[in-house]
Design a protein around this ligand. Structure first.
Ligand SMILES: [Fe+2]
Length: 180
């Protein structure tokens, strides 16, 4: 068989191609498998540490260290999709299998069957779409965890929630200025 002779000349990818969830997941998995980068993160037993990374296609990416027993609390990333992968240790993700209205409520009662939970061990990752509500924790009592996260579009805001049994309450909205 001969090679096709009329293959189109390569066309550069659209400059503004925004990364898909699958591409974000591929990036975080690849990055979490880079031992030199992972080792460059300073670890602090007292709190989380982080380094900003260049994500693909203009996405926002972070390398994060989690001391034993730390977690994010419940939150979402508004209109951003994203992915994370564990590089060291093991993280747990608790999430809601329901699409919540993005605006116009302060408190709502969740149906009894919407809670999901999964362990994300080193080498594994997880992608999610917009309005994904979750919390991520390092439940280990002894081991630090390290993970890589990417979001696109870059996070315009994070909505933080409290959870009391089935009741989810919007506590506050964080914007990038709050993270400086
Ligand atoms: Fe998150």
């Amino acid at each position: 068989m001969s090679a096709p002779t009329h293959a189109p000349a390569p066309v550069s990818a659209p400059a503004a191609a925004s990364p898909t969830t699958a591409e974000l997941l591929a990036f975080v998995l690849r990055t979490a498998a880079d031992p030199e980068l992972v080792a460059s993160l300073p670890l602090d037993p007292e709190g989380r540490t982080w380094i900003r990374l260049d994500g693909p296609g203009g996405s926002e990416a972070w390398l994060i260290g989690w001391p034993p027993g730390t977690g994010t609390g419940w939150h979402d990333h508004a209109e951003s999709r994203g992915a994370f992968a564990t590089a060291r240790g093991k993280l747990t993700e608790r999430s809601l299998a329901v699409r919540l209205p993005s605006e116009g409520w302060r408190s709502l009662e969740l149906a009894p069957d919407v809670d999901r939970g999964r362990g994300v061990p080193a080498g594994a990752g997880r992608g999610f779409g917009e309005h994904h509500v979750h919390e991520v924790l390092n439940e280990s009592r002894t081991e630090h965890a390290v993970s890589v996260h990417a979001y696109y579009p870059p996070l315009p805001l994070i909505r933080r929630y409290s959870r009391t049994g089935p009741v989810l309450r919007l506590e506050h909205v964080e914007r990038p200025a709050d993270w400086q």
